[in-house]
Structure formats: C-alpha cells, structure tokens
Design a protein around this ligand. Structure first.
Ligand SMILES: Nc1ncnc2c1ncn2[C@@H]1O[C@H](COP(=O)(O)OP(=O)(O)O)[C@@H](O)[C@H]1O
Ligand SMILES: [Mg+2]
Length: 613
C-alpha cells in the first residue's frame, strides 16, 4: 500500500566484505543504504508532529467561540479539528510502517552479515568465542542496534521536531508563562536517560538469567536418564529452582525501574498543570489572556513532556546501540585464517604430498605435529594409527585446510593448499569428522547434505547399504523420511557414524577421510563396512578411490596399502602392516594388546560387542 521497496541483498561475497562506512559510521551507512524508506519515515513523522501541534489551536479557537457565545465559525473549527486528527492518524500510521520496515531491514542485513562472516571463519575462531556469546550477538546485539537506529533515532527526531514546533507557539502565547512552566523540564531528559540506561543494564542481566534457565532445563531434560539412574532428581530440582528464582529476581529488578517511566511522565504533566494554574490563572481572570489560550497552553505543556523524556530515552538507546555495534564489529572485522583466495580448480586427485609439516594450535603451547613427510598416490588406502592425542585428527583437519598450515607444505596434485579454491578442495576431499554430527532433518536429507540437488531415493539407499545401515532404517516407520534429533528418532553412536559415512560417500569425491568414524561400531561391522567400501568404491569408477582410514583397530587397518604410525606428533613408521610391525614400537604394542583382547574375547564365547551410545 505504501509502496515500500526493500533492498534485500543476499550475495554472500558482497556480504562478507565490510564496507568502510559501516565500520566507522554504522548509522550513516544504514540511513544511506535505503534513503527512500528512511526519508519517507522522517517526512511522515514531520507531518504528524506539525498537524499534532496545530490541533490544540483549533480546539482553543472553538473554546473561545463558545465563551463568546458566538457559534458562527464553530462548524468550521470542528471540521478543521477533525481534519487535523485524520491527518495525524494517517501520518502516524505511515511513519510507523516506514520506520518499522526500515529498521527491520537493517536488522536483517546486519544479522546476515554476521552469519555470512561466521560461516567463513575457521574452527580456531570458534575455540576463542563461546557459542553463547555468538548467539547473543545475532539476537541481543542486533536487536539493540535495531532499536537504536529505528526507535532511538525516531524518538530523537520526534523530540527535535516537536520542540521546534511547540516552543515558538508557546512563546507567542506568553513568554512569561513559557519560562515559568518550562523551568523544571530540562531535568526530565537527564532523569530519563539515567532510567533508560538502568533498565537496559538490568534487562541484559535478566536475559542472561533466562539463557541460564533454558540451558539448565535443556541439559536436565537431555540428561534425564543419567539423573534418574543416579537418583539426582531432588538435587537437580533444587538447582533449577534456584536459577529460576534468580531469573524472577532479575525481572523484578527490571520492573522496579521500568514501572517508573509512566508515573514519572504523568507526574511531570500534572506538575506542569499545577504550575500553570498557580502562576497563570490570574492572567485569565484579569482578561489579558483568554480561556481558550489558557487551554491551548495547557495542552502544549502536556505535549512538551514527551519530547523532553524522549531526548533522554533516545540518547540512551543510541548509546546502547553503539555499544552493541562495537561488539558486532569486533566479529565482522575478524579476518578468516583460511581465506578462499586460491584460483586452482582441481580436476580429480593425483597425489597428496605433505612436506616438513609442523603444526601448533593457535591456543596451544607446543607443536602437536613435528616435521611430517608423507606422500600418497591416487587409489591408495592409507591407514593412520596412534594413541589418543598423537595428532591424527589434527593431521586430517590440516589436509582439509580447516586450519592454516604455517610451517611446511601440503600439496594436492602439486598445488599448495592455499592456492586451491576451497570449494574445489571440498569437492575433492570428503571428510568424515570424528564427532558424528547430524542435523534435525530427515535421514535422507542428512545423507544428501553435501549435494546441490537431492540425488533421489535410490542413490541414498545405495550408500546406506554400503555402510550397512539400510536394514535398520527400513525398520523405522517413516524409513528414510524419519526425522532425526530433538523431535524425531534418536540414533545410537554407531548408527550416527554410519550415516555420516554415507553422507561422505554419496558425494563420490575422489578422496575420502574417515577420522575414527567407526569407533562406535563393533569390530565385525567395521571390517564389513571397510570391505564393502573398497568394493563399492573401486567398482564405481575406473580410477580407484583414495581413502584415509584413521582407526585404532589394527584388524581393520591390516589391509590398508600403507599404514602411518603417529606417536606424539611424529611419524614413527610408514609402510604395509608387516613393515610397520617390525619398525614401530607403538604399533607393536597396539598389536600385542589387541591380540590379547581377541584371545580373551574368544574365551567369552564371542559375544558381539554392543554398540556404544
Ligand atoms: N583445537 C585444539 N586446540 C589446541 N590443542 C588441540 C586442539 N585439538 C587438539 N589439540 C591437541 O593436539 C593434540 C593432538 O590431538 P588430536 O589431533 O585430536 O589427536 P588424535 O586425533 O590423534 O587423538 C592433543 O594433544 C590435543 O590435546
Ligand atoms: Mg582424533
């Protein structure tokens, strides 16, 4: 109806760049971004104020006509009054719409900028910034900036317009009355600003407490089985009760201040009226001023209370918005440590070469990988083994360029990782991470996650068959359309792992990395899956798949072409099973340990290992 055209940009690359003006003058940036909507809002606000200022005049004139017992012009006066009211209603509605759309679009833009930035940042960023902080950035801080650029700016403009319009009218009626009644008003903005600031501080505390309540209840509900088995219900109840109480308390502290605004404004209006009666009624009796003018003046005093309060409220909102924007800016200006600046597009996979790789985590004290040299040719199956903390996952993550390589080199097909387009690298290497993460979506959608288009039910079934989970899915009532997570099916750890492998397989990438991805399935299933993988993958394309298999089960690795034994961040040996068995003490120890386990398992009448949850 009002012809609003919003400019929604969703271009990721553009959103990832931080415009200089946004960084330094965020308010100006957004005012200029959509000047039409903003300008129309300001215009409508101006006319609302103008007409609003004129209404007491029309009413005052009418009153004087009544007192003069001359009603000739009364109809015209009432008509003017009504016309003004209609105009005020129309323009007030318009500015609400324009401003509303304007600041919601600003919030949308800022939210998306943060989100795009978050998706470009690597894991090292997330280690330094807790999830709660980032969530609060997207919700609280964006909102607080929105309130500043929308309602905050509006309130300040409103105050400025009204003051500039009302004050001259008041002065025309009586300079003497004006200063006598207005003398108290300058305290109002100051008081309001203090109150608004206090409300905001207390509100943030209340928000934090609310976050505690939801985090606690979520944890208690998810952990209900553990709580019950350890009979911790009453302890948890008491703990929850305490957190809930403290939220109640925080909310009350907000109301204690918040409830003061209206009474305070009412009081100021009443005080203004009392002062007016006290100092001015004698002028009316003397006849130097008409009753109509007295009435106008009274109305203008009422109307001045708001702009005075508004200055305080608006200033405080703008301050909070600035503080929030500073926090947002902190993230927006963060440069990713894995910039996508390469331009090499890989066509298939020929070789991977790791040369003199030494790696230390940004947060770490010492290198976790030392001088690694490994070369892998297309089609090889490489087993990677070593004790917990040896650096296996780190090495795999570096191959996928989740962290930057600072010392040494990793080359794919002879190209250093930084020179390869990230999308191309990701298409070439499918990485199944150690923690099996599934989204709250259907099984089929989870498996097809890495594909641009849904590949069809048959393709999904094929890969689930390859990882030995198809039959378990068939027993679910909704089968491949079964929902996972919160409101759906809960899977065991082993089932999750197998689905994440299926997710990697369906992409048919030339290289696949399984980082301990079968740790929660039993040994026989693991062997079966690895065998099936080899067959399925080698038959699918003329060129064989290259596989990195991180596992602690030597039985599975035995058939790898070569095994890399890692120990304390160093390569202890590389080669086929027999070779590393003779060379690596770590491997020998693991081998011995697992042979003994197998023996004792044999005594226990070959009870199959239960799937870990
Ligand atoms: N994000 C991280 N920041 C700092 N240190 C880490 C991080 N991830 C792992 N480490 C450390 O690096 C070492 C190797 O870890 P990891 O590669 O996960 O070993 P593995 O997969 O062989 O069990 C360990 O000492 C671990 O504590
Ligand atoms: Mg690991």
């Amino acid at each position: 109806m009002l012809g609003i055209h919003m400019n929604h940009t969703n271009n990721d690359e553009r959103m990832d760049r931080l415009p200089a003006e946004l960084a330094t003058k965020p308010f100006r940036f957004y005012f200029r971004r959509d000047p039409k909507t903003f300008g129309l809002g300001v215009g409508a606000l101006f006319f609302t104020n103008l007409l609003d200022t004129l209404t007491p005049l029309a009413m005052g004139l009418a009153i004087d006509m009544i007192r003069a017992k001359n009603l000739d012009g009364l109809a015209r006066s009432i008509a003017a009054y009504c016309a003004l009211m209609v105009g005020v209603a129309f323009f007030r509605y318009s500015w609400r719409i324009y401003f509303g759309h304007f600041h919601q679009a600003v919030a949308n833009d800022l939210r998306n900028r943060i989100f795009v930035k978050l998706t470009t940042l690597g894991p090292s960023f997330y280690q330094k910034n807790p999830i709660g902080k980032l969530m609060s950035l997207i919700t609280n801080d964006v909102n607080s900036f929105r309130m500043a650029i929308g309602p905050g700016t509006l309130v300040l403009l409103d105050a400025a317009f009204l003051t500039l319009m009302i004050l001259p009218v008041m002065l025309t009626i009586s300079v003497d009355w004006t200063w006598k009644t207005m003398i108290l008003l300058p305290f109002v903005p100051f008081l309001m600003q203090r109150m608004e600031k206090l409300v905001h501080e207390r509100y943030r505390i209340a928000q934090d407490k609310l976050a505690d309540v939801s985090a606690q209840s979520q944890e208690i509900i998810s952990g209900i089985r553990v709580i019950k088995s350890y009979a911790q219900e009453s302890n948890k109840r008491a703990a929850f009760n305490q957190i809930s109480r403290s939220y109640e308390h925080a909310q009350n502290r907000v109301s204690n201040v918040d409830s003061g605004f209206e009474p305070l404004m009412d009081f100021a209006v009443a005080a203004g009226g009392a002062v007016l009666l006290w100092v001015c009624s004698s002028d009316v009796v003397r006849g130097s001023i008409t009753l109509g003018e007295f009435f106008m003046f009274y109305q203008y005093i009422n109307k001045m209370i708001w702009p005075m309060s508004a200055i305080g409220i608006g200033l405080s909102m703008v301050q909070q918005g600035r503080a929030s924007f500073d926090r947002v800016h902190e993230v927006l200006r963060t440069e990713t440590d894995i910039p996508d600046e390469g331009n090499v597009n890989l066509t298939g996979f020929e070789s991977l070469e790791i040369r003199g790789l030494t790696y230390q985590y940004p947060a770490g004290h010492a290198p976790v990988l030392h001088d690694i040299h490994v070369t892998v040719r297309a089609g090889e199956t490489i087993g990677i083994v070593g004790p917990v903390g040896a650096g296996k996952s780190t090495l795999m993550q570096l191959i996928c360029r989740l962290y930057p390589v600072e010392s040494g080199k990793i080359l794919v097909n002879g190209h250093s990782l930084e020179t390869i387009r990230l999308a191309s690298l990701r298409q070439t290497v499918s990485f199944v991470t150690q923690d099996a993460f599934l989204f709250s979506d259907t099984i089929a959608q989870n498996v097809a996650l890495g594909l641009d288009e849904f590949p069809g039910a048959e393709a999904v079934r094929d890969v689930t068959r390859a990882v030995n989970i198809d039959q378990e899915i068939e027993t679910l009532p909704e089968r491949f359309d079964a929902y996972l997570g919160e409101r759906g099916v809960n899977l065991s750890g082993g089932q999750k792992q197998r689905l994440t492998i299926a997710r990697a397989l369906i992409r048919k990438a030339p290289v696949i990395i399984l980082d301990d991805s079968l740790s929660a399935v039993d040994g026989n299933t693991e062997k079966a899956i690895v065998g099936a993988l080899r067959d399925a993958l080698s038959s699918r394309e003329s060129r064989r798949q290259t596989t990195f298999l991180v596992s602690h089960r030597l039985a599975t690795l035995k058939h790898a072409d070569r095994i890399v034994v890692l120990s304390e961040g160093r390569v202890e040996a590389i080669g086929p099973h027999e070779h590393v068995l003779s060379l690596s003490p770590t491997y020998r120890r693991l081998h011995q340990l697992q042979s003994e386990e197998k023996l004792s398992a044999g005594f226990a009448a070959a009870v199959p290992e239960a799937e870990a949850e």
